[in-house]
Design a protein around this ligand. Structure first.
Ligand code: GLY
Length: 356
């Protein structure tokens, strides 16, 4: 349904309140999620039609490999070209992955020890070198390229970023702030703020899910027990949170009022479910079963008519009720392409667990 709404240069983004489909250009941070979703559908079903669509939409992103203007290259290239190579093993997908990993590495500073997220400064904020928790999701691209190219420096940067984020983004209860700005001379944090969350001290739901996913992934890629402990801590914070609704779909921020009128964020639930399925394989059996049970609850809720739109509705997207950026009144209670992507990933991961 989405394919018919696209041109050679556009990808799906969301749906407006009047029901109008909203496309994005390839530079928007979400451009890799639609090709990635098509790769997951192909992996799940084996239907070659989806492989052809996945290939076509993946190559739309080819010019992005040189985009050094923000950290999102990891999301964009890993979800598209990364999945393409993982599933097909075809050499043609390799070069854009290696090139974009080196471009992303150009945003790393040895002074701060982290990859800079953004070059813009928000009005009234005094960011010098902003790094958001979401950036943990870009490390897989560096690790992947390091392991296949033999360029160990890419791995060192990813590990440094994960270590500094662990030290500076997290609070004692394993929640994380959204943004840390580093001083470019001392390399130390000088500000801890939010951008998309309720407040500087709140737990923005999608940010918590990015952290859970990021440290689970970094444990898979390094075997470093500190990352596993971090992921377990974040999982405990989320699963046991007093404001986690009984159906497993978080409000847009864990510190937003727990009311029926508070928007949920289906994307946070989908990211969390996918991460929990992976994490469940790294811990003792009883703990793993708890993570799988929670992920299953989230997936069943997402699969219910409340969240899964009937075919032909919802602009062609699968899931409803995600929240992009509540404080900016942007993308509130809408479908979002990354909610669909991580939902499909979670389903594929569960299938792989059940039929290895
Ligand atoms: N990485 C941007 C977001 O999660 O909204």
């Amino acid at each position: 349904q989405l394919e018919g709404r696209l041109t050679d240069e556009t990808l799906p983004r969301s749906v407006a309140s009047d029901g109008k489909f909203i496309p994005s250009n390839i530079r928007w941070w979400c451009s890799g999620f639609y090709p990635g979703s098509l790769w997951y559908i192909y992996e799940y079903t084996g239907d070659k039609t989806f492989r052809e669509l996945a290939e076509k939409n993946t190559f739309k992103l080819y010019p992005l490999k040189q985009k050094g203007t923000d950290h999102d290259l990891g999301f964009q290239m890993n979800c598209s070209f990364g999945n393409a190579y993982r599933i097909t093993g075809e050499q043609k997908y390799l070069e854009p992955i290696h090139t974009s990993a080196r471009v992303l590495a150009g945003r790393f500073s040895p002074v701060t020890g982290v990859i800079r997220s953004w070059d813009f400064v928000r009005k009234g904020r005094d960011w010098k070198y902003p790094v958001i928790i979401d950036n943990m999701m870009n490390l897989e691209l560096l690790m992947w390229a390091a392991d296949r190219s033999g360029d160990k420096s890419l791995r060192d940067m990813a590990v440094s970023h994960a270590d500094k984020t662990l030290k500076h983004h997290f609070r004692p209860d394993f929640s994380s702030c959204h943004l840390v700005s580093y001083d470019t001379i001392s390399g130390q944090p000088h500000l801890k703020q939010t951008h998309q969350g309720l407040s500087d001290s709140s737990a923005w739901s999608r940010g918590q899910a990015w952290g859970l996913y990021g440290y689970t992934c970094m444990y898979r890629l390094t075997g470093d027990a500190r990352y596993l402990e971090q992921a377990r801590g974040i999982a405990g914070f989320l699963i046991n949170h007093r404001n986690m609704p009984a159906d497993g779909i978080p409000y847009w921020d864990f510190d937003a009022p727990a009311l029926a009128s508070t928007p949920r964020d289906a994307s946070a639930a989908a990211i969390m479910a996918s991460a929990l399925v992976e994490l469940s394989g790294f811990v003792p059996a009883a703990e793993g079963e708890r993570y799988m049970a929670f992920a299953e609850k989230q997936i069943r809720t997402l699969a219910s008519p409340e969240y899964t739109a009937p075919a032909g509705e919802n602009g062609g997207f699968i899931l409803r009720h995600s929240t992009g950026a509540y404080p900016f009144s942007s993308e509130v209670d809408v479908p979002l392409t990354y909610a669909d992507y991580y939902y499909l990933e979670a389903l594929t991961r569960i299938k792989r667990r059940l039929q290895p």
